[in-house]
Ligand binder design. Structure first.
Ligand code: NAD
Length: 348
């Protein structure tokens, strides 16, 4: 904030920082002024976390620049922002190139969600995570199964490891095996039987693609066995722009031990377990299934601080050395993130 306020006029909606324990006074001390929401929406550049609601969109004058996690796959919202005359940047679409790493909001937030998923699981689980040898008997270490080992999954492994759990993990992308093993967890190998399977598993741009049905069936058989032995299952598997793959079927839940816990981080994209319910913790077949969306928001202060850093680095891209707005439409990061401008939808 201080860095921005040193060169620009920064206005902050009153109370915007309260959920992350940042009072209005702290923004004033850093050089900003506190305004109402309507005044904030009149700024030249508007920085938000999520896409504006219809009502909020109505308050933003045409020609303004909007930056946030605007969901590049939400065609309806993008069309509405285009019709409102906004230049909107969806930060989730930042490409996975070295220059853009510090702007990668999906990574900064997934890292937090992976950590918090383990915290929530440990809180819900009625036993210890580490192995304990006490005078009253020995307690076995919890067995944790992680499905999907991207940024969130890797952090979940690291966090569960610190708590003393025994960990297994599955992913489609081959390089993940080495990463999983380097964190002291066991990789569940689902062999590729055809060149097509091998090719699809490489993913595209660092992201997974939907695997052929036969590979998914073989993965499900292995996962069924490993889930039976697990105490905690954390699922994080996503495929950009699509419904999350189903990895823990109802039959697998039925086979799990009573009192075991599933935390489904993919719940907002339909869930990796069909029994997860958005925003709820339910008990199905004796298993606790946590469907809390946006777990990063439960580590609000750090989620906010890291997001702010992502946004600040993105801003440097569209502000030139004379502090003027300068959008270079040829820049690779701009091209990928600018979803609409000049009344036109740029991302289909
Ligand atoms: P993501 O959130 O899109 O998906 C989570 C994980 O689910 C991925 O690892 C994916 O392979 C996995 N998955 C999808 N379908 C699956 C299935 N059927 N079974 C099991 N797993 C499945 O992924 P992410 O966290 O964004 O990370 C993906 C990769 O990109 C990671 O290797 C990460 O390190 C890398 N990455 C690179 C950069 C960069 O180079 N700048 C930035 C961020 C992430």
């Amino acid at each position: 904030m201080k860095k921005l306020a040193a060169r620009h006029q920064v206005i902050v909606q009153s109370g915007a920082g309260i959920p992350a324990s940042v009072p209005d006074d702290a923004y004033v001390a850093a050089g900003a002024s506190i305004v109402t929401a309507a005044e904030a929406f009149a700024a030249d550049i508007i920085l938000k976390v999520r896409a504006p609601s219809e009502e909020e969109r109505g308050q933003i004058p045409s020609g303004r620049v909007l930056i946030g996690m605007l969901n590049p796959f939400d065609a309806e919202n993008i069309a509405a922002m285009a019709a409102a005359g906004l230049s909107a940047f969806a930060l989730e679409a930042v490409p996975r190139i070295t220059r853009a790493q510090s702007m990668d909001v999906l990574s900064s937030q997934a890292n937090i969600a992976g950590y918090k998923a383990v915290m929530v699981a440990a809180n819900t689980y009625q036993r210890f995570m580490p192995m304990l040898m006490t005078a009253a008997g020995t307690v076995k270490a919890a067995r944790v199964l992680i499905m999907g080992v991207g940024v969130a999954g890797l952090q979940a492994i690291a966090t569960a490891k610190r708590l003393g759990a025994v960990i297994e993990a599955s992913d489609v992308r081959p390089p993940v095996k080495e990463q999983v093993e380097s964190l002291g967890a066991k990789f569940i190998d689902v062999p590729f039987l055809t060149d097509e399977e091998k090719e699809i598993a490489q993913g595209v741009g660092g992201y997974a693609r939907p695997m052929p049905a036969d590979w998914m069936r073989r993965q499900a058989e292995l996962v069924h066995e490993r889930a039976k032995a697990a105490d905690i299952v954390i699922t994080t598997a996503l495929i950009p722009g699509r419904k999350a793959p189903v990895l823990i079927s109802e039959d697998t839940v039925k086979a799990m031990k009573p009192g075991s816990v599933i935390v489904d981080l993919a719940v907002e994209q339909g869930g990796n377990c069909p029994l997860s319910e958005l925003g709820k913790t339910v008990v199905r077949h004796g298993v606790y299934i946590v469907g809390e969306p946006n777990l990063a928001a439960h580590v609000a202060a750090d989620a906010s601080a890291l997001y702010a850093r992502n946004v600040l680095d993105f801003l440097k891209l569209i502000i030139d050395k004379d502090d003027a707005l300068a959008i270079d439409r040829e820049d690779e990061i701009i091209k990928a993130t600018l979803v609409c401008a000049g009344g036109e939808v740029l991302r289909k």
